[in-house]
Design a protein around this ligand. Sequence first.
Ligand code: ADP
Ligand code: ADP
Length: 225
Amino acid sequence: DPVLRLSGIEKGYNRGQPNEVVVLRGAELTVARGETVAMVAPSGAGKSTLLHIAGLLDTADTGEVAIAGENLGGISDRRRTILRRQEVGFVYQFHHLLPEFTALENVVLPQLANGVPRKDAEARAEMLLDSVGVGPRGAHRPAALSGGEQQRVAFCRAMANSPKLLLADEPTGNLDPATSDTVFDALMRLVQETGLSALIATHNLELAARMDRQVRLEDGRLVPL
Ligand code: ADP
Ligand code: ADP
């Protein structure tokens, strides 16, 4: 089974009202195990909407979402929450780390919520932070880190529970070009080492070219780039 399958996804906002906006019009996408896919589209095309649906943060009006072969139509809220926590990692343009906690603790907490013992959670968090070069920054709160470091910690948090699928919404969109390159390299290395599948939205065609496949979101559908 593919890690992600989206079939006939339609989604609009303010349905039936004068300010109705239809964003997705039958989007189709399959992401195979270990495959990395770049999604390119202008701002407002619906990338966030699509990623939120794939990441179980929002629901489609019609269409089917399947994660690792499990069709999400009609599953319980409880099962949905479990899948969201265990199978999907999400990275945003802004790090969204918890400001009151250290970098390490930000990677530990999702594991504790998932029932992992603290000792194991800390060991995994340290391993993840080390692998993207921010191990020595683990004791600092997010505000004390640079933008690139914050984003690398956010990747580690997304990977904390060993998801099958990584979803990222302009993960380097907030960084200067040089930092963006380094941070993206770290992300791709982490993805390839763990055999993870990834769907990453980016405006940056050079970064997109480093992924296995590129798609474009156009008129509410995904087409090959
Ligand atoms: P992108 O991520 O490509 O910039 P979005 O998915 O954020 O696009 O938004 C696609 C369109 O849907 C935009 O026109 C946006 O204004 C609109 N939109 C997104 N979320 C909402 C919402 N909650 N309510 C109303 N309109 C929304
Ligand atoms: P991005 O451009 O990074 O995708 P946005 O600023 O478009 O982020 O959206 C941020 C949040 O605001 C999303 O949860 C989105 O659903 C919501 N949103 C976007 N556009 C609108 C809108 N026109 N009305 C209400 N909510 C919106």
